[in-house]
Design a binder for this molecule. Sequence first.
Ligand SMILES: Nc1ncnc2c1ncn2[C@@H]1O[C@H](COP(=O)(O)OP(=O)(O)OP(=O)(O)O)[C@@H](O)[C@H]1O
Length: 405
Amino acid sequence: MTDTVEDVEMPYDEGAASRQEKIESLQEELDVLESQNEEMRDKLLDANAENNKYQQKLERLTHENKKLKQSPLFVATVQEVTPDGAVIKQHGNNQEALTEVTAEMREKLDPDDRVAVNNSLSVVKKLEKETDVRARVMQVEHSPDVTYADIGGLEDQMQEVRETVEMPLEHPDMFEDVGITPPSGVLLYGPPGTGKTMLAKAVANETDATFIKMAGSELVHKFIGEGAKLVRDLFEVARDNQPAVLFIDEIDAIASKRTDSKTSGDAEVQRTMMQLLSEMDGFDERGEVRIIAATNRFDMLDPAILRPGRFDRLIEVPKPNTEGREIIFQIHTRKMNLAGDIDFDELAEMSPDASGADIKAICTEAGMFAIRDDRTEVTLQDFLEAHEKLQQDDDGSADDSLAFA
Ligand SMILES: Nc1ncnc2c1ncn2[C@@H]1O[C@H](COP(=O)(O)OP(=O)(O)OP(=O)(O)O)[C@@H](O)[C@H]1O
């Protein structure tokens, strides 16, 4: 219970003290109480800080304790699944062991599977296949949504890709009957953003093939020292998903002319390329896998990859001509709400150096101009301004994907 004013004992004699004396002694008393209060507050703050410290320590120890209770798991490979259990070989020490597995786990296990085992070598879980992990760095599309109708101005190239990729996938017997081996790989070369990836996707779509894409730069840079293995895995994933179109973008990253320097990076790139060549040469084991590669740097390529039986079909994919640009403008504006004044001929004329990707960017930007203006219809003026804007943006950047210059 708090004291009330009546309960408080006064620090002076009520009858004897003068008014002045009373004030002074009350003031003294107040000073004492204030300093005591200050002291108590300091102590409380110290105690709080101490409490926080102990709380943190407690949390750390609890966490440590939990970690210690969970023993680490070791990785092993299943050698054999027998009625008595699974024979596993531990990674690192290569020791084999027969370990019991539950009926449920036995169902899931096959030789060569990677598993995690605990201290007593019981199989705790099955791990993902290494190729599955790697597959994540590859782009695998079971049915890409690009069709030939989405590609403008590349009639001849499309025809050639169809002959060399589509025909052997759909009518392998025709090649057998005639007694020739279809070309192993097709190389598309030309400036960025001209539709090389689209061509590969469209042919995969048309033949109901799986589209598997990997960039050459990723083969050599993502898993340093593992480029060759990654190439093997890439073909394995393709074979597992056949019929498949394997698209290797930026092939120049792994197949450029040998340089004089003997750095380990070069050796790694060489190994990766040798693996690619050997996968391509192993035609019989390749199954229904067609290979399309693309590059913006044809001049850099090692002639070894252009030998017969490898990338022996070379298809140039240039920037579109006026007619091509007109068609590409029409393709990319199909779903746009256009005003009546759009003249595709004029659009094609105004953008002499635009690639397909540039044209797509102009269309999107033109739409943005309409939105900024609170309109739902896109006018010719929007396209002109969009072109202007992208040209200006491009002047300020080194990226040649918008090379109108
Ligand atoms: N010929 C074309 N017809 C229609 N659209 C195109 C064409 N070329 C490019 N595009 C547009 O540009 C985008 C990028 O094209 P794509 O990825 O096929 O180019 P690329 O030649 O593979 O480029 P990179 O060499 O940079 O990989 C496409 O998604 C498409 O929207």
